[in-house]
Write a protein that binds this ligand. Sequence first.
Ligand code: HEC
Length: 391
Amino acid sequence: MNYVWDWGNLLFRWLHVVAAIAWIGASFYFIALDNHLRPPAEERDRDRGVGGESWEVHGGGFYRVEKFLVAPEKLPSPLHWFKWEAYTTWLSGVALFIVVYYVHASTYLVDPSVRNLSTWAAVAISVGGLVVAWVVYDGLCRVIREERLLAAAVFGFIVLSAWVMSELLAPRAAYVEVGAMIGTMMVGNVFFVIIPAHWELVRAKQRGEEPDPKHNLRGKTRSVHNNYLTLPVVFAMLSNHSPFTYGHSYSWLILVAIMALGAWVRHYFNLRHVGRNAWWILASAAVGFVVVAVAIRPSGSKPQTTGAAVSFAQVQRVIEQRCVPCHSQHPTEPGFSSAPAGVRFDTRAEIEQQAERIKEQAVDSHAMPLGNATHMTQGERDLLARWLASR
Ligand code: HEC
């Protein structure tokens, strides 16, 4: 059965990444296009209702794109919509979340050292988080009209979510959960706001009426929100490769700091597309990354190297008990059919070769054992540290 989940993991992940590339690519393209628009050169284009135009060259051809202030005179056909990129990204993301985190919730979602939740409680919290994310975000958008205030409120909500999830779920799951919450806000924007706004425009045209420009604005605002959320959400989804972030004791703060820097970088590019080179934004973001990197560097405090010398046999006993149930050619831990990440510690050579990775995952951070499924003790981590220091 685990083998089936492994395939689900592969295929959903593949689909999820490809759909997200298409969605984010479209978001980047259309925001950049909007920012590149210049008032139409010809009077008669203006009379046709064109608000801006842009010349582009790509793939061996010249394109002239026009944006109508509200809608063209006649409803064009065919009219291309952009929505399945978003829906596919979300649906495949949920499927991936299920096959990785929900099916093996006791290993991936729950960490008893964070909170001793039942698997059902953890899954309920995760699903509930997605619903709450949309309801709160959408509510904030409806209530707060001032752009900066709204941005601050949404950011505050994300900070709160990051903290709450870090108090409830396993650290790596908490990061992905916050990413999924933001992804849900984004797809909610498409499904509940942007696409319905487009329908309002289309239906008005079909009735032979002039559409109300407030629908253009509504769609545009949420579309800009989504654009700013792209970099944060992608970081959250990739974070699982960086245990020095989620494995830190202030993991929630690091998550929101890096996400904020991502949105800040996006702001630079959006300004750049309207012709402003606000280089100081990039410079301050770079400083921000350095500050975060220095703040969370692995503590230099030397683990106690005093005490009796550690023999390899002692090390191997710990690893066999705490790591090998998963990291083996033949894992015994329920839910694992092959060595996770291809990392095996069956032999002395395998352990010695990967000493640095053991240090990174189980000594410098507590990323491993995953969810401390095998109940590794601090004493055992110190023992590994002493062995690593003496090599
Ligand atoms: C409950 C199962 C389980 C246990 C026990 C476990 N791991 Fe892992 N380990 C995993 C999984 C799952 C991954 C893959 C993580 C991913 O997909 O990013 C992994 C990945 C790793 C990686 C590769 C990380 C990377 O991103 O390159 C290392 C190294 C590692 N584990 C070391 C250890 C050590 C050392 C121990 C024992 C102290 C241990 N693991 C115990 C499940 C486990």
